[in-house]
Design a binder for this molecule. Structure first.
Ligand SMILES: [Zn+2]
Length: 158
């Protein structure tokens, strides 16, 4: 951390304290050159994420809603709750890595489907029928073929 007085980049941490139930870290530092003491705060960066729904309306991203949606598709299937959480974590990481602040609900759906296909095909089909609102079986078969093809491609070039 650059010293606010002399600009030297080399300090010593004198004390570290967490507050607000561990979500804020406060550090007392001392400049290695001029011995000026200063304080820094560390907090978790949370990007507000807005979901654009099919009808164009926007709503804040809801993790619980997504978890429940996947859990419903995986009901009575050999998919552990931890696996479902891992899917959601992976998707959230993916979105935050791209610094996206808005995402289409259909894009989230697609990300879930890609991951479900790797885990359980029955859950995949259930999720697809709800999320994608397939109007006929041909459309659905086409989509399945497309995703399977992409999956093969990814495996080959990964
Ligand atoms: Zn200094």
């Amino acid at each position: 951390m650059k010293c606010p007085r002399c600009g030297e980049d080399g300090d010593r941490v004198l004390e570290t304290r967490t507050s607000q139930a561990g979500s804020v870290v406060r550090r007392r530092r001392e400049c290695g050159k001029c011995h000026f003491r200063f304080t820094t705060y560390e907090t978790i960066v949370r990007m507000p994420l807005i979901v654009i729904k099919r009808d164009g309306t926007r709503e804040p991203y809801d993790r619980t809603k997504l978890l429940n949606g996947i859990a419903t598709a995986c009901r009575k299937r050999p998919v552990a709750g931890k696996k479902i959480e891992a899917i959601v974590n992976d998707i959230e990481d993916n979105i935050s890595d791209r610094y996206q602040t808005e995402i289409k609900s259909s894009d989230i759906g697609r990300m879930v489907l890609e991951r479900l296909l790797e885990i359980d095909e029955v859950s995949y089909v259930r999720f697809a029928s709800v999320y994608r609102k397939f109007t006929n079986i041909d459309k659905f078969a086409k989509e399945l073929k497309k995703i399977k093809k992409e999956r093969k491609w990814k495996k080959r070039y990964r």
